[in-house]
Design a protein around this ligand. Structure first.
Ligand code: FES
Length: 175
């Protein structure tokens, strides 16, 4: 029975592997690889630039953070001179709102800047007190006035709108 194979090279070639030029192929590969690498690095650098700026700002504490505005209370529910606790910006971030006059409200994150004990508003003394190590803070500015704390309490900017008080953003500590 005749076979399909004649065991002959199909066409006359002295180098049957003529299409594989190893050295050149390697050079191309290396060059191609470098091009890809540089291209990818460039794309990465450019695409990450905005985030880099955000991170740098964040690390340097220059930015003020604006969060979705959060209603703290109705104006009618907080008498002048009184305070109330709320959470801002996250559900685990303790904060305190104090109504100083008809229209003036101040709010701070109320973890003491010494060792993070909760800070209380003492109406009679007109000061915010940290009971842990007798720290005190100025209610108008959040600046420490006594005890071990050295940094002010981070202030929360509030706004009054349609009879309600909203937390707007956390003001950063300025050096
Ligand atoms: S934790 Fe507030 S004074 Fe130490």
């Amino acid at each position: 029975m005749p076979s399909d194979k004649n065991n002959k090279i199909p066409f006359n070639e002295d180098n049957y592997t003529h299409n594989i030029e190893r050295n050149n192929e390697r050079k191309l590969d290396r060059r191609g690889f470098m091009k890809t690498l540089v291209g990818a690095a460039g794309v990465f650098a450019i695409s990450s630039l905005p985030w880099g700026m955000v991170a740098a700002k964040e690390l340097m504490g220059l930015g003020e953070k604006e969060y979705p505005h959060k209603k703290i209370t109705d104006v009618s529910k907080l008498a002048i001179g009184d305070a109330m606790n709320f959470k801002f910006p996250g559900d685990h971030d303790d904060a305190i709102l104090i109504r100083l006059s008809e229209k003036k409200y101040v709010a701070y994150q109320n973890a003491c800047t010494h060792l993070r004990c909760p800070v209380f508003w003492v109406k009679e003394e007109g000061e915010m007190i940290c009971p842990c190590h007798h720290g005190k803070f100025d209610v108008e500015t959040g600046v420490p006035t006594a005890g071990p704390p050295r940094r002010p309490l981070p202030e929360i900017q509030v706004k009054v709108e349609n009879g309600a008080v909203y937390a707007v953003r956390v003001k950063r500590y300025e050096v």
